[in-house]
Design a protein around this ligand. Structure first.
Ligand code: FAD
Length: 492
């Protein structure tokens, strides 16, 4: 019999991040996955700045950076000609230590997290499925079935669904997952594309009938291609790559040849969000809670953000640092963002793939020029960066936020990034637990309902001057949550 306070079902990026967070706070748990190891069908490529900031807190951002690269531009090729070239690069200068769109395949993100878990002494139970789930008054019970035919019963207090779109936990608890599935089927293929175009960043190929996106991958002329499946193979899971190859080459509108391919698949795009991300002591995280189109490269990043949000709260409860009431704030903080994301990506995706004349006009005549114009203006560029990078996510309406602070920095906001000679604001957030930052203040601070670790820091000059520029007051106290969001701002 396995008895554990926390059972994580699913070790995709979300489950792995949750396990990494629980290790950070020293909370015992078990994580299982029915696959034999990390994913081979690498889907996500875009890693947003907020994810890199969360990796940094775990101490793995530098390794991530070594293994990926920055997207430098987005080029729009419309009816065979380059019509717009939007420079991306470091568009969020000063807003994050990672002011760009970063490319690192999902499989490499998973490997990074798995290595980190191993370095903390943890492991994933691969080739293991959850079966015969039962809801008990004091938690959950069931059986873990290993693929070698053996099985073992388990009991847990908290059951965490990280099983992706078909989450067994969500099904077991009958948690509604309303939404829709897009009529069209899509393809994804990792290819080598030989053409006269220099490989530089994202390539968006749009013509009257087709839309293809090419995302740069490591290696010369290596891209991930995504588009609508041609009607001839629309319903096929297994289809020969040759059909796709000629479909892409024939519809590009410029001379190019696919010289190699390593992987291809078809998929359907869903837009769904769970009515609630929790039921009793069970929680849904990542694609188990929300799925949407890949437009904007947000899915994996959002799952990782969910895991960071739930991780410290679960650990705090299991470690006796706070009461279980804090766990309700997970749904209240993460679901509103999920709702927004599902709606916006749904709209963006419709514009990109719809056959209607209005959508065609929008994607060939408006979008490329709009993006190039937006990127020319500093304010708009920063707004675009904040939105896509997920650094704009705040929890101002959370029950954990008390409304304190100013317009610039309020309770619930992500703690701002700023630098001064010899230091930066994220160094303060490397310790486990709450952080109390004193700006010329001796005020006694109490963190409500918390007896876990707290680090107190007296902020010296020139850090205080840099903080003031970032919108913090020169006198007073700022309390920061373990997940790098502001808990309380005291005016001093
Ligand atoms: C073409 C494409 C491109 C994408 N591009 C991006 C991008 O650029 N950026 C981005 O952020 N997102 C992107 N996404 C989305 C991203 O891939 C997903 O959001 C992400 O994989 C979700 O992670 P997850 O851990 O929640 O779920 P999953 O990755 O689905 O992992 C779920 C895990 O649970 C396991 N599991 C399932 N059932 C059981 C069971 N009964 N018992 C045990 N284990 C179980 C599975 O084996 C799996 O390992 C893209 C998706 C697609 C399809």
């Amino acid at each position: 019999m396995i008895k554990t306070p926390i059972l994580i079902v699913g070790a995709g990026p979300t489950g792995l991040m949750l396990s990494a967070q629980l290790h950070r706070y020293g909370a015992p748990h078990v994580i299982v996955d029915r696959k034999a190891g990390i994913t081979e069908a690498s889907k996500a490529l875009a890693v947003q700045a907020r994810t890199l900031e969360q990796y940094r807190q775990l101490g793995i951002a530098d390794t991530a950076i070594e293994n990926g690269f920055m997207a430098r531009s987005a080029r729009f090729i419309i009816n065979g000609r380059i019509r717009a070239n939007a420079p991306l690069g470091e568009i969020g200068q000063g807003l994050s230590p990672y002011p760009y769109l970063f490319i690192l395949e999902q499989s490499r993100n998973e490997a990074l997290l798995l290595d980190h878990i191993s370095s903390c002494g943890g492991q994933v139970q691969w080739s293991t499925e959850v079966a015969e789930l039962q809801d008990h008054s004091d938690g959950y019970a069931g059986v873990l079935k290993h693929h070698d035919g053996t099985s073992v019963p388990f009991q847990c207090q908290y059951l965490i669904g990280c099983g992706g779109a078909s989450s067994p936990v969500r099904h077991f608890l009958n948690m509604p997952f309303p939404g829709a599935t897009n009529e069209q089927s899509f393809f994804v293929a990792d290819i080598n594309l030989d053409s006269e175009l220099e490989k530089h960043g994202l390539l968006l190929v749009i013509n009257q009938s087709e839309f293809f996106a090419f995302f740069p991958m490591a290696g010369r002329n290596h891209y991930r291609a995504v588009g609508v499946l041609p009607p001839a193979i629309a319903d096929g899971e297994d289809f020969p790559f040759a059909v796709l190859k000629s479909h892409i080459e024939d519809n590009l509108g410029f001379p190019a040849e696919i010289t190699d391919h390593s992987w291809h698949s078809s998929y359907r795009v869903h837009h769904r969000i769970a009515d609630s991300f929790c039921a009793g002591d069970a929680f849904l995280v990542g694609d188990a809670a929300h799925i949407h189109s890949p437009a904007g490269g947000q899915g994996m990043n959002t799952g990782l953000g969910d895991a960071v949000n739930l991780g410290w709260k679960l650990a705090a409860v299991v470690n006796g640092w706070t009461g279980p009431a804090i766990l309700r704030s997970y749904n209240e903080e993460r679901r509103p963002f999920g709702v927004r994301l599902v709606h916006t990506t749904d709209r963006a995706f419709s514009v990109m793939v719809s056959k209607s004349a209005v959508a065609r006009f929008a994607r060939t005549r408006i979008l490329p020029y709009w993006l190039s114009t937006v990127l020319r203006f500093n304010k708009l560029r920063r707004l675009l960066f904040k939105t896509i990078s997920q650094t704009v996510i705040d929890y101002r309406r959370s029950p954990l936020s008390d409304g304190s602070g100013s317009r610039a920095v309020r309770s619930g906001d992500r703690f701002p990034w700023f630098e001064w000679e010899g230091g930066n604001s994220f160094e303060w957030l490397a310790n486990v637990g709450y952080v109390v930052l004193r700006f010329d203040s001796n005020e006694v601070v109490e963190i409500p309902d918390w007896n876990g670790p707290v680090t107190e820091i007296d902020v010296p000059e020139p850090a205080a001057a840099a903080a003031a520029k970032a919108g913090l007051s020169a006198r007073g106290i700022v309390t920061v949550r373990p997940d790098m969001h502001v808990a309380h701002v005291s005016p001093g």
